[in-house]
Ligand binder design. Structure first.
Ligand code: ATP
Ligand code: MG
Length: 365
């Protein structure tokens, strides 16, 4: 990938009344990257996207596209393609007319419009619906047409604001594959807004995790998942077992903790310095816990004795809730092989690796 910066946000800030909804937002997007804005409802994703699109003016900082300062530049001068959460096709126009709309505005010659519309419909694999009206399409087809309409103008930047959120689970999955393919085929720099962590992990070169108008972390899906910068990032991405604990001792990278639930816990510090006696929140993901034969203690502080509370079969895997001390943790297991006969009440041992335990400072008590 070339190292040209396509979009840059510098200390971008937006307030509505006394409410700061975006603050100190810094980001550099490389040409051809697919970036996700990920965060809970109300964290400022759409507001930021609308500032990049030119529908909203920032109150502070600046936005640059292809090296040019965009503050004050109207939306139609930014060469953007946009797709929104709700279907935004013109109901009185056919699919072909919808897709052609942006080209007509740009006074592209008729013959070229025809050819580019056909190509855009090919790209989203819907050449056969050109003469239909939006109401004669399924929800997923409409969003594909919206994407074709955004791409046909060959935008320098594609902005997608939760384009899949009105679709059912199966369609969402299909369409996110489609978006990934389109991104690979067109190479267009893309910003994808979502509150669905799986979608962000699947699609993005890098993810910007937002909370309350602030950037929590910017990183590749692997960095965000394996090296979360904050407790918020760790808990927002994927499922994790929370164990309030007290730090007993830190020896270099090794942390020894005592979980409030009544067992010892070894973790790696991952660069942190924690004081002995301080409160902490330790986390382990369900897929990082292993069940072992009860009574075994192969890894010392990296294991605990527990009892199966409940099993939930989820198709590709199962979740086993295990009581250890006064806590209940969820373990992801396969219900075939050694765990086939597992049932509530069975004694089990839990094992984990210290590097799979994430420790964040807790509130003092
Ligand atoms: N025009 C407006 N006037 C006042 N407040 C606004 C306006 N637009 C957005 N807000 C507020 O700004 C905050 C951020 O809104 P935004 O739409 O950016 O959130 P979001 O991250 O896109 O959420 P969602 O996932 O629900 O779409 C919210 O608290 C919202 O209520
Ligand atoms: Mg939004």
């Amino acid at each position: 990938m070339s190292q040209t910066i396509d979009v840059e946000l510098r200390q971008v800030r937006k307030t509505f009344g006394s409410n700061i909804v975006v603050d100190e937002f810094d980001l550099q997007i490389q040409e051809g990257e697919c970036i996700s804005f990920l965060g809970p409802s109300g964290c400022g994703k759409t507001t930021t996207l609308n500032m990049i699109a030119g529908f909203l003016e920032p109150d502070g900082g600046e936005i640059r596209i292809k090296g040019k300062r965009m503050n004050g530049v109207p939306s139609n001068k930014r060469e953007l393609g946009m797709v929104f959460q709700t279907y935004s096709l013109f109901p009185h126009m056919t699919v072909a007319e919808n897709v052609a709309y942006g080209l007509k505005l740009r006074k592209v010659p008729k013959a070229e419009v025809k050819q580019r519309v056909a190509k855009a419909l090919e790209l989203v694999k819907l050449p056969q619906v050109a003469d239909r009206y939006p109401k004669q399409l399924s929800g997923g087809q409409r969003q594909r047409i919206a994407i074709a309409r955004a791409l046909v103008i060959e935008p320098s930047l594609l902005l997608l604001d939760e384009p899949l959120s009105n679709l059912d689970a199966k369609l969402r999955e299909e369409l996110r594959e489609e978006i990934k393919r389109l991104h690979m085929e067109t190479g267009v720099t893309t910003i994808f807004v979502t509150h669905d962590q799986e979608e962000a992990l699947y699609l993005s070169d890098r993810i910007v995790v937002l909370s309350n108008g602030k950037v929590e972390q910017i990183g590749t899906p692997l960095e965000i998942y394996n090296r979360p910068a904050t407790e918020f990032v760790h808990t927002f991405i994927g499922k994790s077992n929370k164990l309030p604990a007290v730090v007993e001792v830190q020896d270099g990278e090794t942390l020894q903790l005592r979980a409030d639930a009544g067992f010892k816990l070894q973790a790696t510090a991952k660069g942190q310095k924690l004081t002995a006696g301080s409160a902490a929140h330790a986390y382990i993901r369900p897929e990082k816990l292993r069940l072992a034969v009860p009574g075994t203690n192969p890894l010392g502080a990296n294991s605990a004795q527990g009892r199966v509370r409940q099993l939930s079969f989820l198709g590709a895997f199962a979740e086993c809730d295990v009581e250890i001390g006064s806590a209940t943790v969820t373990v992801r297991i396969q219900t075939i092989g050694e765990h086939a006969g597992l049932k509530p009440g069975d004694p089990v041992a839990l094992i984990w690796h210290p590097e799979d335990v994430f420790v964040f400072p807790g509130e003092e008590r």
